[in-house]
Design a protein around this ligand. Structure first.
Ligand SMILES: C[S@@+](CC[C@H](N)C(=O)[O-])C[C@H]1O[C@@H](n2cnc3c(N)ncnc32)[C@H](O)[C@@H]1O
Length: 301
């Protein structure tokens, strides 16, 4: 991906203007990606060029379920039900009488920040439903043009699902001027540990959430165990992810993350540890948050 040093250009399609998969914000129209452009001073970007380039180089591999991104594919078995159940519970708490059993997230607008190739928003496992099939309208935003192209190409295999998803190349902060407080939920799954400035990144994510809306974050804790197992074990010993995928210095503790969230008017509803078993290649919820963890927090109304 070519990231310009002085300014960054991003797609500024009106996010909710059309759900037509053939409109210029979606699908195989890469020439339209930069049709309308914001200009962002480099000093304000949350994009780490080095980090984004790592993922751009792997852009063709996102949908290989037993390849480099296998652990993210299987993580869907935890994170999709977590997001679905939490959003339904927030709606129930607000006495929302319009929740449909078949499409419990219908009417929800969700932003998937750092969506990569789209495997959280568009999974195709029959055992459970991906976010868009639960009825939500989901925007996937990623800093990498290559990743967005992969996601856009993949969604074209399912025209029905494509009506509920849009993919946009941008950094999260680029959406704030036009989309502030417009999402029921913002998700940043396995992204915080790859950004240039976690504080600005979290603030931008929080600004995009409606009052009473939710933020979901999964990331890695900054402990000796996460250095040993999350970095050395996963990258060098077990080769679960390519060497150099993670920079331990960018990891963040649940306490520090909760501090950033509370500064932005969010209170934590749930904090869970997540454990990957390399033998079964499956994730499970655990009490221990010393390596991977998930947070759900809600914005004050
Ligand atoms: C480990 S991948 C996670 C992909 C996806 N969330 C998932 O879990 O399947 C991290 C992604 O974040 C993107 N990214 C990094 N910094 C970003 C930023 N500041 N704004 C938007 N996307 C970013 C990268 O390009 C990469 O695709």
């Amino acid at each position: 991906m070519q990231i310009r040093l002085q300014t960054e250009t991003v797609d500024a399609c009106n996010l909710f203007e059309s759900r037509d998969p053939d409109d210029s914000c979606n699908g195989n129209r890469s020439s339209d990606i930069n049709a309308n452009k914001f200009q962002r001073p480099i000093a304000q970007t949350t994009i780490s060029e080095e980090e984004v380039n790592k993922f751009s180089k792997l852009a063709e591999l996102w949908w290989d379920e037993s390849g480099e991104f296998e652990a993210l594919h299987t993580m869907n078995e935890l994170r999709v039900p977590l997001i679905r159940d939490a959003l339904v519970s927030v709606r129930q708490d607000a006495s929302d009488s319009k929740i449909k059993a078949t499409h419990p997230l219908e009417g929800n607008k969700i932003l998937d920040v750092g969506s990569g190739g789209g495997i959280l928003t568009e999974v195709n496992i029959v055992a459970f439903k991906p976010l868009a099939r639960l009825g939500a309208f989901v925007i996937g935003v990623d800093a990498s043009e290559e990743n967005i192209k992969t996601a856009q190409a993949h969604i074209m295999h399912d025209q029905k699902l494509a009506q509920n998803i849009k993919y946009i190349q941008a950094a999260v902060e680029d959406l704030v001027p036009t989309e502030e407080e417009s999402f029921d939920a913002v998700i940043a799954s396995e992204v915080v540990e790859h950004v240039a400035d976690a504080s600005t990144f979290i603030r931008s994510c929080c600004q995009l959430v409606k009052p009473g809306g939710s933020i979901f974050i999964t990331t890695l804790n900054k402990t000796l165990l996460s250095l040993a197992l999350g970095v050395y074990g996963a990258e060098t010993l077990l080769r679960l992810v390519p060497p150099g995928t993670h920079d331990w210095n960018k990891f963040i503790s649940p306490t520090d993350l909760q501090f950033l969230l509370s500064k932005n008017k969010f209170s934590t509803r749930l904090l869970h540890g997540m454990m990957y078993n390399p033998l079964t290649k499956r994730w499970s919820w655990v009490n221990d948050t010393s390596i991977n963890y998930a947070i759900h927090a809600v914005k004050s109304s």
